[in-house]
Design a protein around this ligand. Structure first.
Ligand code: SF4
Length: 347
């Protein structure tokens, strides 16, 4: 009998599937517990490293249940400690994950799709279009590989996971839901959901499902403008989900989500006018959100020039004049290594 990849199955299904597979092979039942302990507690995805198992069983697992998911193709290291990984998937497609150390934290930005259909004008990934969704195993394997790599190098660990890499996570909801289940389930990897942030451009119908299913996961909204015409220009996919619809959905979950943050890439002459600051302040005030302003750094062929430190400071002050909540300017990391998402995969 064949066995699905164990990283594609929620823990209960993985256990049931594994037990049936072991029985068909004439293996003893306790092996199932042993294998899942190696996988989830030991975070070992390579059966060759599961030293508690006999070698023939390790080989069978490698061939049938825990085949390698991705290959590390390129790693770039920034002078600020940021590490950017390009992985090749079984079909030869490339994705990226970025690990950003800050103090005793290590934040990993993972991809949820190959390319992206959202087509944000400031994003290198957006120029690729969507190739395909990632499987749960392909999402999880980025985390497990980077965590292992930085631990092995004694650089730290992955302490936070943000879905801000390639892709719009809510466009791949079934696989995101599965990956988050395996990641956070106490019978799975038991990673704290409070340390996970899902970032979305605002796929309004899916947001309540995400919050209901994972109430402790943080939500980040990539807004980029609270004025409909500007937002539709910058994030074309949002034509289908108006700002009003988004405001209503987010107001409905206010108090459920642990914290809503608004991400706003400041694009010179596009979304940096005083009326944009006022609209952003009003939107954030309605939702009690934390505003994160991000400078834009151009990539080859980008339609905007770089955001100056003075202009982002000035914009932040304008927003603060109308909003007393948190408004922060996010420091750019890894600028010397193709900092923006999608740049490595483009090459
Ligand atoms: S910013 Fe995110 S949602 Fe927009 S195109 Fe890039 S990857 Fe997709």
């Amino acid at each position: 009998m064949s066995l699905d990849h164990l990283l594609d199955l929620p823990p209960a299904a993985a256990r049931a599937s594994l037990e049936a597979w072991l029985a068909a092979r004439g293996e003893r039942p306790f092996r199932s517990k042993q294998i899942l302990k190696e996988l989830y507690d030991g975070r070992r995805t390579d059966p060759q490293e599961m030293s508690s198992l006999p070698i023939p069983l390790r080989q069978a697992l490698l061939e049938e249940a825990l085949a390698p998911i991705l290959t590390e193709d390129l790693v770039q290291c920034s002078t600020d400690g940021t590490r950017k990984y390009r992985y090749l998937l079984a079909d030869g497609k490339a994705i990226e994950a970025v690990w950003i150390p800050t103090g005793d934290r290590g934040t990993l930005c993972v991809s949820s799709q190959v390319g992206c259909a959202a087509a944000c004008t400031f994003c290198a990934t957006g120029t690729l279009g969507l190739a395909r969704n990632l499987r749960p195993a392909e999402i999880l394997a980025q985390w497990l590989d980077v965590d292992r790599d930085v631990r092995m190098r004694e650089l730290g660990a992955v302490t936070q996971i943000v879905f801000m890499g390639m892709g719009e996570p809510l466009h791949n909801w079934p696989h995101l839901e599965r990956a988050l289940t395996i990641m956070t389930d106490p019978d799975g990897f038991a990673f704290s959901p409070r340390r996970v942030t899902v970032s979305t451009v605002g796929i309004a119908p899916k947001i309540p499902e995400l919050i209901e299913r994972f109430p402790q996961v943080r939500l980040a909204l990539s807004l980029h403008s609270a004025i409909p015409e500007t937002r539709e220009r910058i994030v074309p996919v949002t034509k289908r989900h108006s700002i009003e619809e988004l405001r209503e959905v987010l107001a409905g979950i206010r108090g459920d989500a642990r914290r809503l943050s608004i991400e706003y890439v400041l694009l010179p002459d596009e979304n940096d006018a005083p009326e944009e600051a006022v609209a952003l302040a009003r939107f954030a005030r309605d939702l009690g959100a934390h505003v994160n302003l991000l400078p834009f750094h151009p990539f080859d062929g980008a339609p905007y020039r770089e955001t100056s430190p003075e202009s982002i400071q000035h914009f932040a002050e304008q927003v603060r004049e109308h909003y007393s909540g948190a408004v922060t300017i996010r420091r750019s990391r890894g600028l010397d290594i193709d900092g923006a998402c999608g740049q490595l995969a483009l090459r």
